[in-house]
Design a protein around this ligand. Sequence first.
Ligand SMILES: CC(C)(COP(=O)(O)OP(=O)(O)OC[C@H]1O[C@@H](n2cnc3c(N)ncnc32)[C@H](O)[C@@H]1OP(=O)(O)O)[C@@H](O)C(=O)NCCC(=O)NCCS
Length: 364
Amino acid sequence: MRYAQITGWGKYAPPLLMTNDDMAKIVDTSDEWIFSRSGIRQRHYSHISTGDMGWMAAEQALAAAGVEADDIDLIVLGSTTPEEICPNTASYIMNKLGATKAAAFDLNSACTSWFYALNAATDMIRAASINRALVIGSERISLAMDWQKRESCFLFGDGAGAVVIEASAEETGLIASKMSCVPDSRECLRLPGWGLSPTHLTEDYFISLDFEGQEIFKSAVKGMFEAIADVLEKQHLTAEDIDLFIPHQANIRIIQTLAKRLNFPMEKVVVAIDEYANTSAASIPLALCDALQEGRVKPGMRILTATFGAGLTCGAGIVKWGDRVEPIATSDKSVAPYEGTVFDLMADSFVHYGIDAKHLLSKG
Ligand SMILES: CC(C)(COP(=O)(O)OP(=O)(O)OC[C@H]1O[C@@H](n2cnc3c(N)ncnc32)[C@H](O)[C@@H]1OP(=O)(O)O)[C@@H](O)C(=O)NCCC(=O)NCCS
């Protein structure tokens, strides 16, 4: 049997932070409200593109795996916020890496994109059509924040995470998986105008998220619970057999509700939402990288993951970890720093939504 072992991992967390207190300077909210309703303390906002963030995470993942870019057969970028629809952003990352022998495509299923991408690449390795793939989740979702909508603008952050997966005879990598899409739930989470629908084509490229928080909350818990039940059953396991749970990071209360329904202790759950907020397709690989860095991933562990996103797409998987939990090497690639503050970075967006933030800008 062929499996697709995760042998490398890497992340890029943009250096500029938008804390809850910063957010309260722009919209009518508070650190207390945001943290108690969502578990978020801050989010990272990026001055570089989705492609460059994905490239930085991919360089780290390649170094961690000890693999050369030339040895990669496939690059899949999971993202809701590619720079362009055509050409795809995965081919940009391919060129930056010098992965000249790789095929490259983007995959968009919203926040589940990285997980869906992991499924696609794992199955290609298991079918022996490829041997090595880079699976990246990268999002610059700060560009879609609508500062008139205090109910959603605090929820999201930017970032990227990536893994290298390689053919292996050992039963490792994504060993069980369920992907689903909740029927008739497309309207509760949307980015209208983010595409080529002629009714939405205007001169104005600012996009605004449409959102029904409580509806999503309920569907997310149900969809992930059912997907988890499916993968546990496929492997003849119960929640007690799981060593670590890395869920999509959208709201701490969603994670806690799910853990409670599974009767799963929160000590075994990786929580990164306080640090990054919801980074959409990047959320699970970012949390995985942090769990590895903190020594929470041990050789041979069974890791459960579960996710949901616009669509509403859902999924769950069981990853069997290999022997190595330390990176073979680290990458020294870097990007030019941003010379302003997080408010300077978002200045155009504030102007667009009629937010008076001049007093917050470093140049007045
Ligand atoms: C968004 C979310 C945190 C809101 O939490 P909630 O407990 O459902 O809060 P509600 O929407 O009921 O709002 C409660 C009150 O807080 C107010 N409120 C909303 N946003 C606020 C903010 N940023 N600051 C302060 N008050 C706020 C509302 O106006 C409402 O006031 P009212 O009671 O006077 O009408 C929660 O629904 C959620 O996380 N949903 C899913 C997230 C998600 O799907 N993310 C993306 C998918 S991948």
